[in-house]
Write a protein that binds this ligand. Structure first.
Ligand SMILES: [Zn+2]
Length: 70
């Protein structure tokens, strides 16, 4: 068995040629125990792993808290 073999940490797909890797020290410390886990087949998989979500701007989110009207 070669330990060169890499798999995407999100979907498990085997990495053939190129892969995506997070290079941010903070994220690496928080998300990855080993360097092997820091390996993704696509940006999409990386975003899923990082819990990136697309949200819509809500109309009611303008409500600023902390300042009460008297
Ligand atoms: Zn993947």
């Amino acid at each position: 068995m070669e330990d060169k073999e890499l798999h995407c940490s999100e979907c498990g797909a085997q990495i053939e040629d190129t892969y995506f890797k997070c290079l941010d020290d903070c994220l690496i410390a928080n998300f990855f125990d080993t360097d092997k886990e820091n390996c993704f087949c696509s940006e999409e998989c990386f975003c899923k792993y990082m819990s990136l979500e697309e949200l819509e701007i809500e109309d009611n989110s303008i409500n600023v808290t902390g300042q009460e009207e008297v």
